[in-house]
Ligand binder design. Structure first.
Ligand code: GLN
Length: 514
């Protein structure tokens, strides 16, 4: 019996890869099936800023020829499976904008290291996904090119900044995507869309070719529909890169083995610590989120895990520290967009002196959106002479305390856990006039970036009140990303048994017409 397009695109990436290896489907057929979904869904979702259909099909054909010639030995398991890329990662010959007018029309002359690896793996690139401008935001509403809609409910945001990648993956437009996570931009959108998102250990995946937001926090990572798929993609993109000076030199841990181990659903001996400061009962947490989180904790116990509460006392200050450190780095990183080198250039109007300084001012005024300007101003202030020690210096001290909190906690437990986000996906416009309200939603994801530790978000159910998915977050020690994949995969498998399938089977997909 032949598989219909809809059945095909609903397979996990690892199942797709198996069909490709068994020659039941070609990479081209699979890529075309995804492009068909993209065609049908984009008018409703707007997850993509650019669809690279011709390039994707050419890459698929090249892979299929290799497979036919028996030349795919040594390629990763995901070989031939297509992928979408957050438009914060540079792709040679394919427009890259960071969802900003200041980079509109820029076609990079080089590939990010992760893109080189994706291409070497024979994985066709479907296109570039939408985000908050320069990855600054939690809803994708700050994109200069329009909103992305949550596939579960089009009145709600898909999260941010990587709302496009998360929406593409959860709507079956793509089996996999890449995101970037500076303060939660992979995990929170995963939580809002019922998908899986991973922020690897800082330095575990090369940042070369990731457009810099806040370099000491930025990490590229996988967006997927299953924990195993995320692990498979993590191994494709991870590893040392001499072009990134913060890249970890030693070999990366075997996250795929850990995920497969987790699927056996035996967590005997695994010590899980619930982070007291963000475990769901505090202010700002939606009751339905805490409820699904608590049920998931019981499931972990039923699989043999021991669960205790652990306090990380300085976590309460991490949001404040992040919103000093991050804008400081933003103000410095975004100084390069000055109209001189690439991207937009706006000349001063007649009557205004045609100086370089004026050109830069007009270019930046026209090219950056309000949120980006807000952060540049905040960061410039925090770094200015006289304020540096009070703001930036203090925030760095808090960061050290947060790092120490994690290190101490991991002496007692193997993994830490919290809800991925305090709420489910909110409605458009709900927080756009109140930046602080938007920032407060990052309280659960930011600590991992400050401490450089890895974290994963897996769906743990649907909130009764909003009917939107809830995410469960595991944190692991630095360089031990494998440790979090095991309980994440076990939890996913146990929950899927109670649901009778992946959480996304609970979502209506009107764009997948038969
Ligand atoms: N929401 C966070 C922010 O606005 C995270 C952004 C990110 O991870 N890129 O900064």
């Amino acid at each position: 019996m032949s598989t219909t397009n809809n059945e095909l695109v609903k397979l996990s990436a690892s199942q797709m890869a198996e069909k490709i290896r068994n020659k039941e489907v070609s990479s081209r057929e699979l890529t075309q099936a995804e492009l068909d979904v993209i065609d049908a869904a984009e008018p409703q979702l707007h997850a993509f800023l650019h669809v690279s259909a011709d390039e994707a099909l050419a890459q698929a054909d090249a892979f299929d020829e290799k497979l036919a010639a028996g030349e795919t030995e040594g390629l990763p398991e995901l070989a031939g499976v297509p992928i979408a890329i957050k438009d914060m990662i540079v792709t040679k010959g394919i427009p890259t904008t960071a969802a900003s007018k200041i980079l509109e029309g820029w076609v990079p002359p080089y590939d990010a290291t992760v893109i080189e690896k994706i291409k070497a793996a024979g994985m066709p690139i479907l296109g570039k996904t939408n985000l908050d401008e320069f990855a600054q935001g939690s809803s994708t509403e700050h994109s200069a090119f329009g909103n992305t809609y949550n596939p579960w409910d089009k009145q709600r945001v898909p999260g941010g900044s990587g709302g496009g990648s998360a929406a593409a993956v959860s709507s079956y437009e793509a089996p996999l995507a890449l995101g970037t996570d500076t303060g939660g931009s992979i995990r929170q959108p995963a939580s809002f869309t019922g998908s899986v998102g991973v922020k690897p250990t800082y330095g575990g995946v090369s940042r070369y070719g990731a457009i810099a937001m806040a370099s000491s926090l930025d990490q590229i990572g996988p967006c997927a529909r299953t924990v195993l798929d995320a692990a498979l993609l993590h191994e494709v993109i991870g590893g040392n890169d001499r072009r990134d000076s913060t890249s970890i030199p030693e070999p990366m841990p075997h996250v795929v083995d850990a995920a497969r181990e987790g699927l056996k659903r035996d967590l005997t001996g695994v010590r899980v610590g619930l982070i007291k400061e963000i475990s769901g009962n505090g202010e700002g947490f939606q009751p339905g989120v805490a409820k699904r989180f608590d049920e998931a904790v019981k499931l972990l116990e039923s699989m043999g895990a021991t669960v205790t509460e652990v306090s990380l006392p300085h976590l309460s200050y991490s949001l404040g520290a992040y919103y000093i450190i991050m804008p400081s780095e933003v103000s410095s990183n975004l100084a390069r967009y000055d109209g001189m080198r690439y991207g937009l250039r706006v000349m001063p109007p007649t009557g205004v002196p045609q100086t370089a300084a004026n050109m830069m001012a007009y270019t930046r005024e026209a090219g950056f959106g309000d949120e980006v300007k807000r952060r540049i101003v905040l960061g410039t202030y925090a770094l200015s002479a006289g304020y540096y020690d009070a703001w930036y210096g203090s925030a760095q001290k808090v960061r050290t305390l947060v790092i120490e909190d994690f290190a101490k906690a991991f002496e007692q437990v193997d993994v830490l856990a919290s809800p991925t986000a305090p709420t489910t996906a909110f409605k458009f416009g709900e927080k756009t006039d109140d930046p602080l309200a938007m920032y407060l939603g990052d309280v659960t994801t930011i600590p991992a970036n400050l401490a450089g530790v890895p974290a994963i978000s897996v769906p743990c159910g649907v909130d009764d009140e909003t009917n939107m998915p809830v995410g469960f977050q595991f944190f692991a020690p630095q360089k031990r990303d494998d440790v979090m994949y095991k309980p994440a995969a076990a939890l996913e498998a146990a929950l899927e048994e109670t649901w009778g399938g992946n959480i996304l089977t609970k979502m209506a997909t009107p764009w997948l017409a038969d």
